[in-house]
Design a protein around this ligand. Structure first.
Ligand code: ADP
Ligand code: MG
Length: 625
């Protein structure tokens, strides 16, 4: 039989390689940004059109390429970054596989302009699907501009596989942020369809994090520093009280490269043990420096997974470094038994739960009360919680022992800003419509979590948080789509800081938010002024509620208008609902029961979790057999 094996033509081989390197526009962004960094650029501009489907352009002021190099850079396995196999173990660059440009050129229209410092003119190359269409001298500043147009033009299946612009843009922003966070000394900008999304000046790690995630991030960061023989760690973790319900802001960088590592993530989570509310995730931005000999970056084409020599040691060092920082910066009052309870968060007062130190404005502040109540202990970075707690200090006297009881500890974990609602008559009253207050019905509360009610046929057990979430969710959907909710006017407008990206998202959600009761005076690039808020929330909760909303939207991008409304209602309902641990009086219990059974779908929460269960008299009978 004749021989049947043949070598694949270059363009086919490149297309196959591209399948691994380029999954979506964001992959191109990553490769081009990394090339610019490897070229020692100090300023990098990213320009995107239609979420990268029509244009991805990266301009840098790096060292540029010669005419020959510019041509060669599009060949497969063409790289200036390594020469020998040994070089793989002392990598200082992002790239080394020499595949990116070849792969990208195989599946897009690429235009590259480049000029080195000491040459008069630059060179321009146009390539369409691996075919070089043209190379000519051109006028261009020092550095390189790569424009990638019509991605996947020759692979319709891949093109059709791309998600909505919102989703693809989200991926691009993720990659951009990772690269920008890893290289704070380099200036970056990102424009999408002519709008500036990021403008990041050259800075340090902390400042870069704040520039990317908005001014309010600064106060949330706790520095982490540790240096041992095998590992240097620096960076920041977020204070536990700012932990999010989604895993948005978790970043590991190893030698300035963003990586994913479930194992190291576990080490961080372990360091936070006992400090986080249920189902919340801490933010972290951790920069690890490890001898390149001790790691292998070559196990994945996109290089986001790496292998470490001595994982166990890294785990232990990381965990203890973070624990130490959290202790040192006093962000862990729950572990700190020695402090004066009068100055601290109240763990228990008049039978209620502690609230997380999150209140921005002390509503019970009375300037005519004695000064001494407000003396704040100047412990590092914890001023806010002292401020909040000081107003409760009197009521709290003597009740600090509750901390040692099991329920005291639990409630501390589960406490949440929403408890605040129950600390003031005024808010509690507005939580439930008058017509829902029935005096009939027999209910009581169990473990500050369940509402128990008797049924004709047995017993009804309702999860209070889930039930309230369902009620609010249906109410919110109604206000957004049918009839706007009532809002409460604020005496003094609330001014909140956000990142540029967040304000862009708020603008998009503005109409729906207005329906739920928000009144916006203005939404600027970094600042939002709010004049009115929904009736059901207090002023102090607004910032946390919006933060949570934005992070929910960052992590789950809705594909259509309906899902956007749905996600908004879901997120707000969850934030606004009473929490496990909140003590409910009879009227509130009954309002929840009645409200729940007036819902269209009382059985499950908006995220499909069971709201109540019943225990029939028969079931009970059986227990006595
Ligand atoms: P790798 O980065 O793995 O070397 P690439 O295909 O991404 O492979 O790039 C090939 C080569 O092209 C690089 O090694 C580098 O020499 C050159 N190159 C790519 N982009 C730039 C740039 N922005 N500035 C200067 N040189 C570049
Ligand atoms: Mg590269």
């Amino acid at each position: 039989m004749a021989d049947i094996i043949q070598l694949l033509p270059d363009h086919v081989a490149n297309q196959i390689a591209a399948g691994e390197v380029v999954q979506r526009p964001a992959s191109v962004v990553k490769e081009l940004l990394e090339n610019a960094i490897d070229a020692d650029a100090t300023s990098i501009q990213l320009l995107i059109k239609e979420a990268g489907k029509t244009l991805i352009q990266v301009s840098d002021n790096g060292k540029g390429m010669s005419e020959t190099d510019a041509r060669l850079s599009f060949e497969r396995h063409a790289t200036s970054k390594i020469k020998l196999a040994e070089d793989l173990f002392q990598l200082k660059t992002k790239g080394f596989r020499g595949e990116a440009l070849a792969s990208i050129a195989a599946i897009a229209h690429v235009d590259l302009k480049s000029k080195q410092e000491d040459t008069e003119v630059g060179t321009e190359i146009k390539i369409n699907g691996t075919k070089v269409e043209l190379q000519q001298p051109c006028v261009t500043p020092k550095g390189t501009v790569v424009s990638v147009k019509n991605l996947f033009f020759n692979i319709p299946a891949r093109r059709n596989f791309l998600k909505s612009d919102a989703v693809e843009l989200r991926h691009i922003i993720d990659e951009f942020q990772r690269v920008a966070l890893a290289h704070p000394q380099i200036a970056f900008s990102l424009h999408h369809n002519g709008n500036e999304l990021f403008q990041l000046p050259s800075s340090n790690h902390r400042q870069r994090i704040v520039n990317v995630f908005g001014g309010k991030t600064n106060e949330k960061l706790v520095p982490v520093e540790e240096e041992t023989e095998i590992l240097k760690v620096d960076g920041f973790v977020g204070k536990p009280e700012f932990a999010k319900r989604t895993k948005g802001e978790q970043f590991f960088f190893v030698n300035d490269r963003f990586i994913k590592s479930p194992y190291l993530n576990h080490a961080v989570t372990a360091a936070f043990e006992g400090l986080l509310k249920d189902k919340t995730y801490p933010s972290y931005f951790l920069y690890l420096t490890i001898d390149p000999k001790r790691i292998d970056i070559n196990i994945h084409p996109t290089k986001t997974e790496i292998k470490f020599d001595d994982e166990h040691a890294l785990y232990a060092i990381l965990r203890s470094a973070i624990k130490h920082s959290l202790g040192q910066f006093n962000v862990a009052p729950v572990l700190d038994f020695d402090r004066d309870a009068n100055l601290d968060t109240p763990y228990n007062y008049s039978g209620k739960q502690a609230t997380s130190p999150v209140i921005e404005v002390d509503r019970s502040f009375n300037p005519f009360e004695s000064e001494s109540k407000f003396t704040s202990k100047s412990s590092g970075g914890n001023a806010k919680s002292n401020y909040q707690s000081s107003s409760y200090a009197k009521k709290n006297e003597g009740s600090w022992e509750a901390l040692y009881t099991a329920s005291g500890l639990n409630s501390e974990h589960e406490s949440n800003f929403s408890n605040v609602e129950f600390e003031s008559e005024e808010v509690t009253g507005s939580l439930f419509d008058d017509d829902k207050k029935t005096e009939s019905g027999n209910t009581f509360q169990l473990q500050k979590k369940f509402i128990i009610s008797s049924l004709k046929s047995g017993l009804l057990v309702i999860d209070q948080h889930r039930a309230h979430t369902r009620i609010l969710y249906e109410d919110l959907l109604k206000s957004i789509t049918v009839k706007a909710a009532i809002s409460q006017q604020l005496l003094f407008p609330l001014v909140l800081q956000f990142s540029q990206q967040e304000t862009a998202m708020l603008k998009e959600l503005k109409d729906s938010l207005v329906q739920t009761g928000f009144v916006f005076e203005r939404i600027d690039t970094h600042e939002v002024e709010i004049k009115g808020i929904p009736n059901l929330i207090s002023e102090s909760e607004v910032s946390i509620l919006l933060d949570q909303l934005l992070s929910d939207f960052e992590n789950e991008i809705p594909e259509s208008g309906f899902t956007q409304t749905d996600l908004l209602a879901k997120s707000l309902a969850k934030s606004m609902a009473i929490k496990t641990g909140a003590v409910l009086d009879k009227v509130e219990q009954i309002a929840i029961v009645n409200g729940l059974f007036a819902c269209k779908e009382p059985n499950v929460t908006p995220s499909n979790r069971r709201v109540f269960t019943t225990l029939s008299a028969d079931d009970l009978e059986k227990k006595f057999m």
